[in-house]
Write a protein that binds this ligand. Structure first.
Ligand SMILES: [Zn+2]
Length: 54
């Protein structure tokens, strides 16, 4: 009966500053889905290199 589903603790919140989004127990990341993308990309990755318009 007691299936051991891999879940995280309940009631965790996104680790991103000022983000109070509750994380799902199935979300094993420290961030919500919005900020997980942001932190994984890192700084500077958001804007790909653009050729200067001369
Ligand atoms: Zn967040």
């Amino acid at each position: 009966m007691a299936k051991t589903l891999k879940t995280s603790a309940e009631g965790r919140k996104c680790a991103y500053p000022k983000c109070n989004r509750l994380l799902s127990i199935y979300n094993h990341d420290a961030y919500c889905h919005v900020h997980r993308d942001q932190v994984s990309q890192g700084p500077g990755q958001k804007d790909p290199y653009r050729h200067p318009t001369t």
